[in-house]
Design a protein around this ligand. Structure first.
Ligand code: PLP
Length: 401
């Protein structure tokens, strides 16, 4: 669907001057552009509903609180949670730290035994590392196979080790593999442990239900679903946990980020109403891109679980072709990345690809492409041509051609 068609469907078109002056954006795992309708809600909240939601002795505060309550209902609606179980944060990283902090704080006098998959995001790995370094937690790793699927026997082995908390993601942020969260949560609970789901990439794109599946903690973020940055949530399935977080970890909320929360709520509403249709279009674009690339670059390999991955994810390896050289050639044409936002900044090898057992050659040539709801077929075709030319160009220069 092109921009004109989007506009005709009542969806605001993004500014073409901005769109055409910049490289084609295909890094939607790192972040998504804000939907203009979300931006309208944020602006309206900033300008017109500026009261403090904690200061309800007058109608300014009441109006702000009402906005927060409406947004909370939308956020909860997207993830099948009770509104009372939603706690706003600055994003997934903070939500994850809060969840791990709560799990540690409520173990009392005992080290928290955590099991986590080897492909978790750095935000989860860091939260665990901080607990382990301070002697409050220990960790057992759950391994994955070559497509980043969890190894069932490794999960079962971890569950037999008397663990307290299992960390699993809804979908992987590099290769897009989707995890069977409902089944995992059931197994974790049978083993008497709690589950922390990092839903940052999966919320709105894969099924996740806090209450039906009794997810103890679900962390997610607004900026991955066309909402503003710097706002996210931790949803919990139990009222007791919610009050314990207040009592043991956070205390009472400070002044709430009302515009951010209102925008997050609108982003969740749009995802609920339009997400399925968007995902179908995005999947068709992703498949078209994949077909173009496999035709133009017959040596490339598509990573992850091709039958069960995020619709907007295309992760590929051009064996032995240094990805930084390819990305340098694409810099002003197509925005793609080598992997997770923080890892690519640090130029470190991907722990995800290593955990999948990919050879050095495949890791070196890895490129993550993430499409979005504003990606057009024309952009797909142009991006495919640019990527093919960039990979061939690097290969040629390595051969001295
Ligand atoms: N978890 C996953 C799977 C992610 O992809 C990200 C961000 O890239 C995060 C956590 C951190 O999210 P935030 O930027 O909201 O802190």
């Amino acid at each position: 669907m092109n921009r004109v068609e989007l506009a005709e469907r009542g969806r605001p078109a993004r500014d073409d001057r901005v769109a055409s002056a910049r490289p084609i954006y295909m890094d939607h795992h790192a972040t998504t552009p804000v939907d203009p309708r979300v931006a309208d809600v944020v602006l309206d909240a900033m300008v017109n509903v500026f009261g403090n939601a904690n200061s309800v002795d007058h109608t300014h505060g009441e109006a702000a609180l009402e906005l927060v309550e409406r947004a909370t209902a939308e956020v909860a609606g997207l993830i099948g949670s009770d509104a009372a179980g939603v706690r706003f944060t600055s994003g997934s990283t903070e939500s994850i730290r809060l969840a791990v902090g709560h799990a540690i704080a409520t173990r009392r006098n005992r080290v928290l035994r955590i099991a986590a998959t080897t492909v978790e995001h750095q935000a989860v790995l860091d939260a665990i590392r901080i607990g382990v370094r301070s002697g409050l937690a220990e960790v057992i790793w759950i391994e994955v196979d070559a497509e980043a699927n969890l190894r069932a026997e490794s999960l079962q082995a971890a569950l037999s080790e008397n663990v307290d908390l299992v960390c699993v993601m809804g979908a992987n942020n590099e290769v897009g593999t989707i995890y069977p969260v409902e089944q995992i949560a059931r197994d974790v609970h049978l083993a008497g442990a709690k589950v922390l789901v990092d839903g940052t990439q999966a919320v709105g794109r894969a099924d996740l239900r806090v209450l039906d599946w009794d997810l103890d903690y679900l962390a997610f973020s607004s900026h991955k679903i066309y909402g503003p940055k710097g706002v996210g949530a931790l949803a919990v399935s139990s009222d007791a946990v919610h009050s314990e977080i207040t009592e043991h970890v956070l205390g009472h909320d400070g002044t709430l980020n009302v515009p951010g929360i209102a925008g997050f709520g609108e982003a969740c509403r749009l995802m609920r109403v339009e997400g399925a249709g968007d995902e179908r279009r995005i999947r068709a674009c992703r498949d078209r891109l994949e077909t173009h690339l496999l035709r133009g670059l017959p040596d490339i390999v598509v990573n992850g679980n091709r039958g069960n991955r995020l619709a907007h994810n295309l992760h590929l390896s051009a064996p032995g072709i240094p990805n930084d050289a390819v990305i340098a050639r694409l810099r002003n044409k197509v925005a793609v990345s080598t992997g997770a936002a923080c890892s690519s900044g640090a130029q470190t090898p991907s722990h995800v690809l290593r955990a999948m057992g990919l050879s050095e050659n495949m890791q070196e040539g890895a490129i993550r492409i993430g499409l979005g709801k504003y990606t057009t077929q024309d952009e797909v075709d142009r991006a495919a041509a640019e990527i093919v030319a960039a990979v061939r160009g690097v290969a040629g220069s390595m051969r001295g051609v």
